[in-house]
Write a protein that binds this ligand. Structure first.
Ligand code: ADP
Ligand code: MG
Length: 249
């Protein structure tokens, strides 16, 4: 693998959280992950297995307790908060289960948000936000408030917002978790399209095999360890079986 192809490179990444009564809880154990430009990866695993913790590290929202993490070949373990914010803003678009839209701001304002720190003139921000809304098929809804939209539409606004900053990577944490299956499938088809047509690297967290199957690769996390990392298997039982290996190590 050429260094320049690497989006995510984790070596022996561990994460612990301090416990209120003293001591700590280790949540991630020696995680090694390599993700290349243009991949569509699903991070799967049961609730509490450490998926969101892993994604927060990937997205530079949190840092590893130990190990090395390089994003686009840059060691971000040692960056301060300002530098991390810059890296996030430059490379990553986030999509969350609960959309994280500002409820009292219009759809257009919400999509313009990541452009605030780019030093672009207002007219350019509006132009770009409208272009993104068109891409997700919501150009007619720019004056609406998020509360007036269905869940699927809200998630499309959130995707337009993620795309407005021209990210190299979309990081999505349970993006269909709050949607019915029809809307969920629409969102996933959209991710497929972004990955195929625009070459955006997609890293998506889910605990559902059907959802993960849209990706080209599954990383299955179990109790903070990688139990499986490979192509989407024919059935979920392959992943479930891989869990047994974790505690044999
Ligand atoms: P998942 O996304 O797979 O459901 P998480 O990564 O959210 O799992 O959580 C894994 C474990 O880490 C859980 O036991 C959770 O309680 C703990 N955890 C996650 N975030 C924190 C935090 N900020 N402080 C303390 N414990 C945390
Ligand atoms: Mg989670």
């Amino acid at each position: 693998m050429k260094k320049s192809d690497s989006v995510v490179s984790m070596r022996k990444v561990c994460k612990s959280f301090p416990l209120e009564m003293g001591g700590e809880q280790q949540v991630l154990f020696d995680i090694d992950i390599d993700i290349r430009v243009g991949e569509f990866v699903a991070i799967m695993g049961p609730s509490g297995s450490g998926k969101s913790t892993c994604m927060n590290i990937i997205g530079a929202l949190d840092s590893a307790t130990s190990g090395v993490y390089e994003l686009y070949g840059r060691d971000i373990t040692t960056m301060d908060a300002d530098e991390l914010a810059r890296v996030r803003n430059e490379y990553i678009g986030f999509v969350f289960q609960n959309f994280n839209l500002l409820p009292k701001r219009s759809v257009l304002d919400n999509v313009m948000l990541p452009l605030m720190y780019r030093g672009l003139p207002m007219s350019e921000r509006v132009r770009r936000a409208r272009e993104m809304l068109k891409l997700v098929g919501l150009e007619k809804f720019e004056t609406y408030l998020p509360t007036q939209l269905s869940g699927g539409m809200k998630q499309r606004v959130a995707i337009a917002r993620a795309l407005a900053g021209d990210p190299k990577i979309i990081l999505a944490d349970e993006p269909t978790g709050a949607l019915d299956s029809k809307m969920g499938n629409e969102i996933l088809k959209f991710f497929e399209k972004l990955n195929r047509d625009l070459g955006i690297t997609i890293i998506m967290i889910t605990h559902e095999f059907d959802i993960a199957s849209y990706a080209h690769r599954i990383i299955h996390i179990y109790d903070g360890h990688i139990a499986y990392d490979g192509p989407v298997p024919k059935s979920e039982s392959v992943l479930t079986k891989s869990e047994a290996r974790v505690h044999k190590k």
